[in-house]
Write a protein of this length. Structure first.
Length: 510
């Protein structure tokens, strides 16, 4: 059991996000963060006390920024904000995305720029630990003032309204809180807007997809190596001198992985003097394509590392100077562009993998039985597996069209440029999920192809992968529906099992 994750607004990582969003890890508030939150809250209270005109604290919102609200109605103002902005629609977030949203919002509040009370932040953390998950619709955000509608549904649950899921039951917000021994919060000045301004949904969705995409990048090297060996390809293209001459870091890392995975393969030695000069691009250029993906993921990682710990509120509270400053840190453009890059990167892993699947099942390209079945005609083998991979790869091409280049004015043209960051994040997540299944199909096909070369063996790391593959799905002979096999293997791809099996033999995979 991992120790509780201490939130201070500055040190959250992608691993932390996954640990809390997908697992049971609990969360606690750092004592120094508590002090920062208290100091920022005093600035807000002082501004209200002296009757200062501050956006979102003593004024309306968006196009109503010039409307000053009487002091005796400030609580009502914050509740009204949550009610009116909880306008999300569509399918509810999954549990992991909901928990990711909650975690990231708590981390931002812990930075001490939001002006919430400590008890409001502690309620959010308590809900996370008690697994009280607000029902948050997935649609309704343009990524302008962050992800206002989804965050408003989170805030709605915190005031005892809306609906939540706890222990598998859908309950009214107040019921769910009571069942967990918690009480709803009554929002004070600034707290409503502090809870709903930010990029946390797009960051959570993109962050969870990114964490998986790194596992897919390693798994793609494993699948590509197994395919190359079963197609009697050459490892000459992975010579370190080639990659040193064009020193993209991702390319070099992928080439090193391939050399580790293929080292000592008896199958490779069996045709070393066959006279074949070079392989098709989907085999020969694995490091160049997989490497470019790795470098793209590096950019996405550096962007999200900042965003995980970035203050995205408006207005922002600066306790040192006792100022509340209005700005635009809520704008989702950094995350939107990064998520679009993530979708493109995932699509490219899937695109080249699908081409390798085609080479495996096509007898004109593989030299193996058509569709990897010994009884072609009577049996169809993996014919439809390649069709499924092709469908997923083609869908990824549509998902790769960037959302971040779109914009549509909102809020009476006050918000006249928006990021569409949530759309970009969802596209990236779907592209990653599609690619997970394409790689599963490649592993199934390459594993079946390997069996036509027996008793020859491939390299030791790839034999370990084959054993794990067969523990999940037996060799295919048309005796059962193929879909469940793909999904079973895809789940192991998602969690990085095959890359882990290979690394346990070859020492490491980058």
């Amino acid at each position: 059991m991992l120790p509780p994750l201490t939130l201070d607004g500055n040190r959250l990582t992608l691993d932390d996000l996954e640990d809390v969003a997908r697992g049971p890890r609990r969360v606690a508030l750092d004592p120094l963060a508590r002090e920062r939150v208290e100091r920022a809250r005093k600035v807000v209270d002082d501004a209200v006390e002296r009757g200062a005109v501050v956006y979102g604290v003593t004024t309306g919102f968006g196009n109503f920024a010039d409307v000053v609200v009487p002091r005796d109605r400030l609580r009502e103002l914050q509740a009204n904000l949550v009610h009116s902005h909880a306008a999300g629609v569509g399918e509810a977030l999954g549990e992991a995305e909901t928990r990711g949203l909650m975690l990231l919002r708590a981390n931002v509040l812990a930075k001490g720029y939001s002006g919430v009370r400590v008890e409001t932040l502690e309620l959010l953390i308590a809900m996370l630990n008690a697994r009280v998950h607000p029902v948050v619709p997935s649609q309704g955000s343009v990524g302008a003032s962050g992800v206002i509608a989804p965050l408003a549904h989170l805030a709605l649950a915190m005031i005892g309204e809306g609906t939540c899921v706890r222990d598998g039951r859908v309950l009214r917000g107040a019921e769910a809180l009571t069942a967990a021994g918690l009480e709803p919060v009554r929002l004070e000045a600034k707290e409503g807007i502090a809870l709903i301004n930010g990029t946390q949904l797009m960051t959570a969705v993109a962050g969870l997809a990114l964490a998986e995409a790194w596992r897919l990048a390693r798994t793609a090297d494993v699948a590509g190596a197994l395919t190359l060996d079963t197609l009697k390809g050459t490892d000459v293209a992975f010579d370190p001198r080639i990659h040193a001459a064009r020193p993209h870091p991702g390319q070099a890392a992928s080439a090193r992985n391939l050399r580790r995975l293929l080292a000592g393969s008896p199958l490779r030695e069996s045709h070393r003097d066959c006279g074949k000069v070079q392989d098709a691009y989907s085999l020969r250029c694995i490091p160049q394509v997989h490497g470019a993906v790795r470098d793209a993921l590096g950019y996405v990682t550096s962007t999200l590392a900042v965003e995980l710990n970035g203050a995205t509120d408006n207005p922002m509270v600066f306790a040192e100077s006792a100022e509340l400053l209005s700005g635009g840190n809520f704008h989702g453009e950094p995350v939107a562009i990064a998520a679009d890059v993530l979708a493109i990167a995932a699509a490219e892993i899937g695109s080249i993998s699908e081409r390798r699947v085609e080479r495996l099942v096509n007898p004109a390209l593989s030299g193996l039985p058509a569709f990897l079945t010994r009884d072609g005609g009577f049996r169809s083998g993996l014919m439809m597996a390649q069709v499924t991979a092709a469908a997923l790869a083609s869908e990824n091409k549509s998902l790769a069209h960037p959302a971040s280049v779109d914009s549509i004015p909102t809020s009476a043209n006050k918000e006249d440029h928006v990021s569409m960051g949530v759309t970009a994040a969802w596209k990236a997540a779907r592209s990653v999920a599609n690619t997970r299944r394409i790689l599963a199909i490649e592993l199934l096909a390459a594993g079946q192809a390997l069996e036509f070369h027996r008793p020859l063996q491939t390299a030791a790391p790839l034999e370990a992968v084959h054993r794990r593959l067969r523990a999940a799905a037996a060799s295919y002979d048309d005796g059962r529906p193929l879909g469940p096999d793909i999904e079973s293997v895809a789940e192991l791809v998602r969690t990085g099992v095959f890359a882990g099996e290979a690394a346990s033999v070859c020492g490491t995979l980058e």
